[in-house]
Design a protein around this ligand. Structure first.
Ligand SMILES: CC(=O)N[C@H]1[C@@H](OP(=O)(O)OP(=O)(O)OC[C@H]2O[C@@H](n3ccc(=O)[nH]c3=O)[C@H](O)[C@@H]2O)O[C@H](CO)[C@@H](O)[C@@H]1O
Length: 367
């Protein structure tokens, strides 16, 4: 008989892009194994310590952070943090006794999955990007399975471990069309105006915020109302615009399903989960990728969509020259909006979570 009381440990965090995939995987596992026990492991002081309990799961924090790419004194603490977090990961694993360990990238998943794998606990990692993070690259040698969202990852990971599934997307984002009316009421939006949703990724994006601030008058002339997610770091600076000129400012949107459902046009960073979600949502998107990420991977994420005529892109460096033109062209053409929305939806990989959890189930059953 299959043991339904599995004990499952998950780790991923630092930013939303690593947290929400882990939550989506946990939710699917919970629906298959209602008696299973779950424990998340994150990095102290990072956003997972707040978002994971909100999603209904327990989390323990490790004292760990990333290595800074530039030479800085903060790196001096790194070896101590690493040793301390490996110790703590060991004691967590000893007392929780997981049947399987799942890592979705970010600092904390490094020590946790490393310890799990060295104790021969079956493990799986999920890589969201076309260019993997350092943690997953290191872990790939030890882990059994690696679920990815892009082709070509055998450049970084052992080929025989790779399974292409796509990125897990939270269940409540899968059917947003039926939520349009509730969403417009939720945000108290006006009829007869376009709704522009501005997303800066889970932490907010400085350059996108500067752009929106600069262009508020222009947007007003375009018959647009704006839902502007500016990020926790920037909220104090931009909250003065809240409820002026048809603008609503948020530090973070806890109801992404409503935000996507309410939007007619979306401006977004091109983090991996954002891109996967936008494919499922199927609305016209202008990507403004972050140029400050490893190997410029956000531009690659965005170009995979843009090359299929399924979204527009404006590089940060071109915003001053191109934004107004491109935005007004898009808003003036309902045909273009429809074409982009239809094309991006064709690129959605909707079964990612199920396929990843199928792989987890195989590991559990083998055990
Ligand atoms: C600056 C940086 O390092 N960005 C990286 C980070 O981005 P970031 O953390 O922004 O990750 P993603 O764009 O992949 O995902 C953001 C997630 O946060 C959610 N969300 C966002 C805003 C909000 O107000 N509410 C909300 O719930 C989105 O719905 C999505 O699920 O991880 C991604 C996945 O590894 C990488 O591709 C990005 O390059």
């Amino acid at each position: 008989m299959v043991n339904q009381k599995y004990r499952i440990i998950l780790s991923g965090g630092g930013t939303g892009g690593h947290i929400y995939p882990a939550i989506a995987i946990a939710n699917e596992l919970k629906s298959r194994f209602p008696d299973a026990e779950f424990l998340f492991v994150g990095a102290k002081d990072r956003m997972e310590m707040e978002k994971v309990p909100q999603a209904g799961y327990d989390i323990k924090g490790l004292w760990i952070s990333g290595i800074q790419r530039k030479l800085t004194l903060r790196n001096l603490a790194f070896p101590f943090k690493l040793i301390s977090s490996i110790w703590k990961a060991r004691s967590i694993i000893r007392s929780f006794k997981p049947d399987v360990a799942i890592g979705t990238g970010g600092f904390a998943s490094g020590p946790l999955l490393y310890v799990a794998a060295s104790k021969r606990i079956p493990s799986l990692i999920q890589e969201q990007n076309s260019y993997p993070g350092i943690t997953n690259k290191l872990l790939s040698k030890k882990t059994q399975k690696i679920c990815v969202a892009y082709d070509g990852l055998e450049r970084f990971f052992p080929k025989e471990k790779i399974i292409k599934t796509g990125n897990p997307v939270r269940q409540d984002l899968l059917d947003i069309d039926s939520k349009a009316v509730d969403a417009k009421n939720f945000f108290n939006l006006k009829h007869g105006k376009y709704t522009l949703l501005v997303l800066g990724g889970s932490l907010g994006a400085r350059r996108i915020n500067e752009l929106i601030e600069e262009e508020l008058d222009f947007l007003d002339t375009q018959n647009v109302q704006v839902i502007w997610q500016c990020g926790k770091l920037y909220y104090q600076q931009y909250k003065i615009y809240n409820n002026t000129n048809n603008v609503q400012v948020y530090e973070f949107l806890n109801n992404m399903d409503f935000a996507y459902a309410a939007a007619d046009i979306i401006i977004s960073r091109a983090g991996a989960s954002s891109v996967s979600e936008l494919c499922i949502v199927g609305k016209p998107v202008i990507f403004i990728p972050s140029p400050n990420v490893a190997e410029n991977h956000q531009t690659k994420n965005a170009m995979a969509i843009v090359d299929n005529d399924a979204a527009m892109i404006i590089k940060e460096a071109d915003l001053d020259v191109d934004f107004k033109n491109k935005f007004s062209q898009l808003i003036a053409s309902t045909e273009k909006q429809k074409e982009l929305g239809t094309n991006i939806k064709k690129m959605a990989l909707v079964n990612a979570t199920t396929e990843i959890v199928d792989e987890v189930e195989k590991l559990l059953k083998k055990k």
